[in-house]
Design a binder for this molecule. Structure first.
Ligand code: DGY
Length: 308
């Protein structure tokens, strides 16, 4: 039996029901491991989401019948992989099929932040639009500017392609330099200081986890040019919120476009007061196309494991 923790798109739910006996939990909000544990009799596969934390304590309590946990995400930080491996439980995730959706959202945030789109819409809806004038609500263009991508994986490269189309130059920082056929002329930096000092826009597309924890801290923000724009569609844990909020308040960072946060969904309240922060609720992969494809990929993984 397949246990699905949260509601899935109709096409995914239909396919799951065709391939498995399904126990659908429809959880909402904060994950309660006790509710999961009460519902695992006869279950051999779990389809979970990044909101469902499978730590070592929970994994130790899973019944021996559980063979596979598939997560409706690329990110796997919410699962203790070592604890799962120790119990012989396989983990599947959903890479690649959300690259375009997530890159599109990074681009959306970059343009919204640069053009002060959120602020403008709030002003208009509040009835405070004084009418058009040459100096009203000026933002900044992106054409001819330098986009710095931190994490030039599949999503970062997809974003680079879109930004080239807007006339931006691409610089990047990555664990390793890419081969020319993937780099496509992007400028690789070997250290953070040269990277951050060279760019006008920073997009964080790196995965979460210990290696990137609080990477964008006060020290690295200080290396950015004054007036740089910061976009994060990777993981909230890559940013030190207090440092970014201070830089947005001082204007050293002109604007930010954020889709991911520490402690989701309870983001740092300091962001909510900032007109120059565009804030979206972790919807990077939230397109009909991507979410169907992610669900299908997760089901493929479950099928592969259960068939041995
Ligand atoms: C992922 O796939 O890791 C996204 O952040 C959630 O859709």
């Amino acid at each position: 039996m397949l246990l699905i923790t949260r509601k899935t798109p109709p096409a995914v739910a239909t396919r799951a029901a065709r391939e498995h006996e399904v126990r659908q939990l429809d959880l909402e909000g904060v994950f309660d491991p006790a509710v999961l544990l009460e519902n695992l009799t006869g279950v051999n596969a779990i389809l979970c989401t990044p909101a469902d934390k499978f730590d070592a304590v929970l994994i130790a309590q899973l019944p021996a019948s559980i063979k596979v946990i598939a997560t409706y995400s690329v990110g796997q930080e919410h699962i203790d992989l070592a604890a799962a491996a120790a119990r012989g439980i396989e983990i599947c995730n959903t890479p690649d099929v959300l690259n375009t959706a997530t890159a599109e959202l990074a681009l959306t945030l970059m343009l919204m932040a640069a053009r002060r789109a959120g602020e403008g819409e709030r002003l208009l809806r509040a009835g405070k639009w004084p009418g058009i004038s040459p100096t009203f609500h000026l933002g900044h263009g992106v054409a001819g500017k330098v986009l710095g991508i931190f994490g030039m994986g599949r999503i970062g490269r997809e974003l680079a392609g879109m930004a080239r189309g807007l006339g931006m130059a691409i610089h990047y920082r990555n664990r390793n330099r890419l081969p020319p056929e993937l780099e496509l002329g992007a400028h690789y930096h070997e250290d953070d200081a040269s990277f951050l000092g060279a760019i006008d826009f920073l997009s964080i597309n790196a995965p979460g986890g210990a290696d990137t924890m609080y990477w964008l801290n006060a020290g690295r923000i200080g290396m950015l040019k004054p007036g740089a724009v910061v976009v994060n569609t990777g993981r909230g844990s890559a940013v030190d919120d207090d440092a970014l909020i201070a830089a947005l308040r001082s204007g050293h960072v002109l604007a930010a476009g954020l889709d991911v946060y520490n402690n989701e969904p309870n983001l740092h309240p300091g962001y909510l007061e900032l007109e120059n922060a565009v804030l979206l609720p972790h919807i990077g992969s939230a397109t009909v196309e991507a979410r169907d494809a992610m669900g299908f990929l997760a089901l493929d993984g479950i099928k592969r494991v259960l068939r041995g």
